[in-house]
Structure formats: structure tokens, C-alpha cells
Design a protein. Sequence first.
Length: 724
Amino acid sequence: MNEHCQRPKCTGTIEDGYCNVCGLAAVRSQTTSQKQTTTPTGRSASITGTGSSPLTNRSRGSRRTSSTSTRSSRKQLGAGLVSIPELPSTEPEKLILVNPTVPENKRFCGSCNNPLRREKGFCSKCGQKYSFIPTLKPKDVIAEQYEVKGAIAYGGLGWIYLGFDNTLSRYIVLKGLLNSEDIASAAVAVAERKFLASVKHSNIVGIYNFVNHGTEGFIVMEYVGGKTLKQIRKERGPLPVAEAIAYIHRILGAFAYLHTQGLVYCDFKPDNVMLEGNDVKLIDMGGVRRIDDPDGDIYGTVGYSAPEAGEGPTVVSDLYTVGRTLAVLLCDIKGFGSTHQYTLPSPQDEHLFAQQESLYRFLLKVTAENPDDRFQSADEMADQLLGVLREVVALETSTPRPTTSSLFGGDVLPLIAANDFAPIQPEFRQLPIPLLDATDPAFNAVANASAIAALDRRIESLTQVTHQYPKSKEALLRLANSLIDLGGNFPKVETVLAQVEEADPWDWRVFWYRGRAHLAQGKAQDAKKAFDQVYFDLPGELAPKLAIALAAERARDFAFAIQMYTLVLRTDPGYVSAAFGLARCLVQQNDRKGAVTALEQVPQTSSLFTRSRVEVARILTSRDKAEPGMNELKSAAAIVEALTLEGTERHQLSKRVLETALHLLSTHALAPTNQVTLLGQPLEEVKLRLGLEKVLRSMAHLTTGDEKIKLVDEANRVRPKTLF
């Protein structure tokens, strides 16, 4: 029994994968779609699935933070894309350790890092006095206000205690600032850390007070009930990708806040993030310091700290620790503190990285050896991580997760596609254009010049703007773009781009327009390399993946182009150019049904919907790779009948369907039958010839001159033979 068509209001049944009424391919179940997911995976022993590595020769001088980064929205955990089950609340006093001791394998001298066997004494290497025994006892009262309940953990600066604020009737946490035999030193340590009282952020543990107790200083902090990411990771093993990203994406808001306050966190790791309810918090502020403090203490943990962290923490070294933490949440990295202290496993060694190339590229960028090659702000990093999360969730759930890019304009194809219905071919003008940087000194002048329709006048105007605003990168970039559109003077394009690159070697837009220029010249492989660098720089953006797919298609690497087009389309079907590109490549791979399914993802609201249906009819009747069958013919005919096209376009499609049917009958690929009708004609040679003759004469009525004569002659040739 045939399956009923699942599309709304359609009464047809599915025959060989196509509906006999609407002509559309069968709707695939979610399970089927998930099984057929294709994501960029490793194809060779290279760093990434595209077979390439990030450029290493563009670091010249000191990095200038790009002004094109924008703030990202982080209003909820996972930006509403991920559902995280809330943890049950923990009674505070259940956290108290019955016998608080530090295991021998974790005892090291705080001065020289020498392993220590005893719980207290003097380091045999440097003579530093030490003690791993808690100095505060239950029922001790600190500053006449905070009653100690007991030790709950051991950190880099000593024991951490649960306490109770007898004045405000709430649980608090006491964390040591300094272990010293000098009361004066403890007082200085407290004074130096009081700037933390001004830190107020919903994802950062609250700092209530700073107190002295003998030779020790303590931060009095908000008690946060829940579990650290370290505990969750230890209990569950590697976390699901979307969940891990959700935690890190959310905590980046806290880092952005700290950095705007001139502070760096220094020692971030899974131990220092607490999941409480449906949100996360930074819970350990002991290592926070001012960025501009040359004499401040430097804290870090092997495997998490950046290679240059010992020279002094910075914004990018802070972000490095966040990237390393995300890697730890996702993978078991052998040699994390040794062979992979500053590197990540390859996709060949870590299967997850082969599956999730955008995620891997993100981690490569945030943990790059050269600080200049990393993300330069928490907001920039969060924007790209959110894009990666959207892609991950879309692929996992088979539900698109579209969004508006803050860096690129939308899909260009609906704007540039001509009104004719010729097949759409891949070309550089289909690539999205980067948005203008509103902070550029020539923003208004560039915007006005770019609006000039005539290319020669636009180029003249933009050239004037480059002279008027010599520090404007946008003027140069838009001039290069217009020169590419004009064609011919590509040496001039490269000269203009080189000016921008000299000013900022890390501006990804240089590579974008360079790739566009290569495509315009037919240099597909060179274009792919340029776009690949943009993909490294912007792993959360879809535009670079679309560009790589287009370049791969032009290079006739259809298998890889299919992977990239699929990735774009499954994340955001609004990129209809990806649907047309995917269909073209699948046709080249002789996958007629897959090509039809790709084009059926073009929404009815798109200006190219009708054009997509025309292309489906062409694909169903194409004989280039393989002969179509009965059901393809019937589906194509149903599409033509359903289209609202008039005139020549409709006649051309009807002609194609009838000619294909006649060919299949004449070659005996199909048997004649009056039980099947195509465009009102039974599947019989005489009837089909009559129908085709009528179509050709209708086309002749709409033309003149030689074309009219040609169509009439063709109509006479195809008409069935008669005695009179």
C-alpha cells in the first residue's frame, strides 16, 4: 500500500519517493533526517576537515583589537537553545568535610612547587614554612560576625570554609587571601583586595566583606549552592556538546564585565564555575587582579594557563583559560598538563573534533599559541560561540536555528537573481557582503558612496573617500569590493587590500574580499584558501561556510561542497543560495532525489520559490546523468501544472516534459499507457506528439522572425503522421 503524502492539504500518495499529486518528494521523518546528517569531517590527516590550517604568517607587530566586534546577548543559559535540567538544592552544611585533609599527591610548596609529604613543616628545598591543616575550627567566630561551620574545600590559597553570618542570618563562604606569620602582611593583603567589593554581576559570586583573623586575611563571599562544573564533569564524564557550550557561553558575560572593569580572572577552570538552579556563577575571586597592576600576584593552573601568562595576565590570556576549560568539559585529553599543555588533540585523535569542525576551529582560535591570533574580547568570543551552538543544536535536533548576523548581510541571491528562469550557476556575486563598521571614521561617506548604482561613479566616489579619510579601512575595503564587481583591474584590488592588511593583519575582511576576487577570476582553489582563513577567524558564522562551499563547487570538489552547503542549509534554510548550490552538486553526483529535496527547502515566502520549483521540474526531467522514470515524469508534470507561470517560461517547461516522455517511449524505457496522463496527454506517442506540437505553436505565437520560423518547423516535425 502506498504511503500518503504528509504535506498539508495534499491528498496524494507517494510513489517511488514522490507524490503523485503535488509532485514533491516524500517528507522524511526526523529519525531519517538524523541518520542522513552530513557534517564536515576529517578527510585527511590535516588539522581540520577542510584540509587546512589557520595562517601563521600574519602576526606582525602588536595586535590591534578590531572595532568590528559587537556585544552579544547572553540573557539566559544557552540563549534559549538548550534545556539544562536544574540541580536539586544542596543543604549547605552537608558540604562540610568530616576530616579535612589534603592528599599527599596534592601537597606542593607554594613557593617552589616542591612536593611535600608532611601536613606541616618547612620545605626541604626552599625552607618556606607551610601547613595543610585548617587554621579555622568549627564555632570560631571571625570579626565578631561570621561563625565558622567547617572546611568545605582546599584551594590554591588554603582552606575554604562554610560560615554563617550571625548578623544577617545567612550562610557565607570564607576564602583565605594569604597564609603568613605576619599580621601586618595579612592586613595589607586584605586592603589590596578590597577593590573586589565593587564587582557586581549576576554571574559572579557576591563579595560581602574582607576581614583579618590573626595572620590570615579572608574574603567573605556569597554562598552558592549547587555543583561545580568539575563535579559535574567528574560524575558524568565528557558533557554533551550543546550543554558544555551553554555553560561557557553564559560565563563569558562575567568575563566581559570583569574586563570592562579593568580586571582579569587569571585562574579559570571547571572548579571555579558553580551551576546553581538554571544559571552559572564564578565562585572563586581569590586570583582576580587589576590588568594594570605590574606587581600583582599571578595565579594559574598547568594545562589551563596560556603560554605567556607568566609575563602577566591579559584579556586574551583570560579567554585562553576559558577555551581550555571548554575543551576539558568536552573531551578526555591525555597529557593535558604535559604533551597537550598548550595544544589540542587532532581530529584524528579526538573523534568529537572530527564531527564538530566549527567547534574545533573555535577552540583552535581561542587557544592559539600567539595571543594576537586569539579572540580579542569576551563579547567577540561569545558571539562566535553562540553561532557554533546554533549549528550544533540544529544538527542534533534537525531543527534550523537561524539568526541575524552582526557581521554579514543576508543571503544575496534573492536580490541579484534575474527575472528569467535560467538555471542559477555559482558565482562570486552570490556571497554575502560584510556589514559596514559603524565606528569607522568614514562610515557615512562610505555608506553614501556605496549606494551609487553606476560602478564607475561608485569607484570614483570611494576613491575620493579614501583620500579624505586615510585611516578608514571601510573606504578601502568597499573600494576593493567595487573594483571586483567591475572586473579587470585585479592587481589594483590586491594593492588596496594590502593597504588594509598592512594596518591590521588580523582583519578577516581582507581575506573575505581577497577570496571574492579570486572567485571572480576563476581561481577557485585560491578562493577556498582565503575563505578558509575567514572560517578560522569566524567559526560561528555561516557566511564563510557558504563561501567555501561555493569555491569548492567551482573547483568541482562536489563532495566537500555538499557537506558545507548542507551545514549552512540545516542551520539556516533562509540561505536559499545554499539550497540551489546543494542541488547543483547533488545532480553532479547523480543524486536526483537529494537535489529535489534540497530545493524543496526553499520556503514559499522566498522570492525564489517559483524558480526553485522550475529547477525541480528540470532536474526531474534531466537525462544528463541518468534517464528519469515514470514517477519523475509525473512529478514534473504536476509541478508545471501547479505553477502560476504564464507565457514562454511555462511553455518551455511543458516542452521539456513532453520531449522527455517521447524520448523514453521511443527508446522503450517506458511502455505506452493511457492510464497515465502528462499535462493532459495520455502517455502514448501520438497524443504526446499532438501535445508537444500545440506547445511549440503556442511558443511560436509569442516570438517573431527566425525564432518563430524555427519553432513552427519544429512543430511540423513532431506532429504525428497522417494520411492527409
